[in-house]
Design a protein. Structure first.
Length: 70
């Protein structure tokens, strides 16, 4: 077990990597720069688009516009 470990990226780091991949148009180039698999960048991009500028779903307890109680 020499040198093998799992690198954890913060949400801010992942967003930075995704925005860089979107700007240059190549998952592979950005993945090579950060020494990660291009499929990981692709997954992060999918979540980034799905959750609008973040990689995590918004808190489910927040009321939606149509659920406002008067």
């Amino acid at each position: 077990m020499s040198g093998n470990f799992i690198r954890k990226y913060t949400e801010e780091e992942r967003v930075k990597i995704v925005e860089e991949a979107l700007a240059c148009g190549s998952n592979s180039l950005v993945a090579a720069k950060y020494n990660i698999h291009s499929g990981l960048v692709s997954n992060w991009k999918c979540n980034y688009r799905r959750y609008k500028q973040t990689l995590k779903p918004k808190n489910a307890t927040q009321p939606k516009d149509e659920e406002i109680i008067v």
